[in-house]
Write a protein that binds this ligand. Structure first.
Ligand SMILES: [Mn+2]
Length: 303
């Protein structure tokens, strides 16, 4: 990370990928929690690009609701991909603030395009309670925030897979903290080639060993690592402000260790922090936790 000292923030205030509303307020909560100043205090130059335009749910016609907002989500992800690609091209680190997890289709597609132009590959660490590898046929709900990882592997809605010119390589992906997977999604995950570390794996091996393995496979033959961090990966005791809480998640220290170890690789090139839902938060607890986690990813150490 030391080679990049510029962080570019993009807010994506969209909850169109989820049933439960409120993740659209995530970027505002993180800014109010003083994110920019706290990153600057770590020695970075920070540019905030503001929020991407996201249509208001009530302004959209019922047909679009029935499509689970596929058209608007495609437009948001298309715009976001252009921005993250530009930020990578100029040598800064894009920090995308969600928004529900569907926006990772946009942020990561742009980063994939950046590396594809250079004939380089991207490693991915995806922290989440869910696997997010549903397809339109496997998903019980049809909500697009349960599909982004499948899209990035080239599966699902063609409007979304078209946003990147090359899919991610499954062998460079590690999924961490999963504990709630739909029935059909389990099969997709097992057959995907993705390395997944369930909460049980973390219980047995410990986060330190899990992250060593995850970093090793995300680094193998890649030029950089992206972390897509879903706040629901953390146990709701520590971060209640999410749209789809699942108990039995990462402790606060496990989450910090994960990001501290990623920072120490100096290979983190880009990141998303998604699914913070201020509407279900207790005070500003989860917003403050998210800011602290971002600082760990950017190299903040205890001593
Ligand atoms: Mn997710």
């Amino acid at each position: 990370m030391q080679k990049h000292k510029s962080i570019d923030i993009i807010g994506v205030p969209s909850d169109l990928g989820a049933n439960l509303r409120g993740a659209n307020m995530g970027p505002a909560a993180l800014r109010i929690a003083n994110l920019k100043v706290k990153i600057e205090q770590q020695g970075y130059t920070v540019t905030d690009w503001g929020d991407l335009h996201v249509p208001i749910r009530e302004s959209l016609d019922p047909q679009i609701q029935e499509s689970k907002y596929l058209g608007p989500i495609r437009n948001i992800c298309r715009d976001l991909a252009t921005i993250t690609e530009d930020i990578m091209d100029k040598g800064a680190i894009p920090l995308t603030l969600g928004g529900d997890h569907s926006i990772a289709i946009g942020s990561i597609s742009g980063i994939l395009r950046h590396f594809h132009k250079r004939q380089q590959h991207l490693g991915l660490i995806w922290v989440d309670a869910h696997a997010d590898v549903n397809t339109p046929t496997s998903s019980p709900s049809g909500n697009i925030h349960g599909m982004p990882l499948a899209v990035l592997l080239g599966q699902g809605h063609a409007e979304l897979t078209a946003l990147s010119d090359t899919p991610l390589r499954a062998q460079n992906i590690a999924l961490i903290g999963i504990r709630n997977i739909d029935d059909e999604e389990k099969r997709i995950l097992r057959e995907s080639g993705i390395k997944y570390f369930t909460m049980r794996d973390i219980d047995e091996k410990g986060m330190f060993a899990v992250m060593r393995e995850a970093i090793s496979l995300a680094s193998d033959g890649t030029e950089g690592i992206h972390v897509s961090f879903d706040i629901d990966g953390i146990d709701p005791r520590y971060a209640p402000g999410v749209s789809t809480p699942v108990s039995g998640g990462l402790t606060l220290r496990e989450a910090h260790l994960c990001l501290e170890m990623l920072s120490e690789t100096q290979r983190l090139c880009s990141m998303d922090f998604v699914e913070l839902n201020p509407f279900t938060d207790v005070g500003a607890q989860s917003a403050n936790v998210t800011v602290d986690l971002i600082l760990s990813a950017l190299g903040k150490s205890i001593v």
